[in-house]
Design a protein around this ligand. Sequence first.
Ligand code: MF3
Ligand code: CO
Ligand code: CO
Length: 254
Amino acid sequence: MIQIKTDEEIEVMRKSAKLAAEVLIMIEPYVKPGITTNRLDEICHDFIVSHDAIPSPLNYRGFPKSICTSVNEEICHGIPSDRKLRNGDVINLDITTYLNGFHGDTSRMFHVGSARKKISRLVDTCKESLQRAIEVVRPGAHLGDIGAIIQKIAHEKGYSVVREFCGHGIGRNFHEDPQVLHLGTVGEGVEIKKGMVFTIEPMLNEGKPDLEILSDKWTAVTKDGLASAQFEHTIAVLDNGYEVLTRLEGQTVF
Ligand code: MF3
Ligand code: CO
Ligand code: CO
């Protein structure tokens, strides 16, 4: 069942979502060659709890850490570890906060040290696909419109779209209905209504869409070992459009 949020609930969700967005700003200067993903996890954990919130991933279905750190060919749900980041790596940091009874969920890519040109194109295309998908959100549109635009942009640039993971409703629960697929057909799927709050979080692969889950039971990696990129926002549906709850004042995309 899709839970429709009242204006008052959306106001509370704004705060949780903004905190998640602030974590991504706060952590940026630390994402440098030599830092471990465990250290990034620790810094984000401490920032979140010092703002009276809880990192939603911690102990979620047995997830052992506070954030997800997915490097290079890792698609999503990477577990922080003693792995040191190296110059030229790309990493997705996925931050979810629980504050005043509601979750906010956002993720973005970071280049570690100098950006590699081939990877930049993938990262920029993924970011653009999220932005263009957000722009179709309004009452009366359909969830299929979101998948269709992401698919179109990805395929035009020669990338594939991961099928196994999708965006999701979010609110008092980390993951709620509906599922927001990143592939689709215009006009198909659930009709979007005012008061829905959901994430859009496309994962684009440089090569084939196929994935594997590592023996840690969480980390999804590309089967062909080529790079993957992901960006995520939490979006509320308003009377005549959308609001990106995980976007701070003055931010255009991230
Ligand atoms: N934040 C992820 C999402 O966007 C979910 C992570 S689940 C975890 O839906 F357990 F790995 F944290
Ligand atoms: Co999410
Ligand atoms: Co997330």
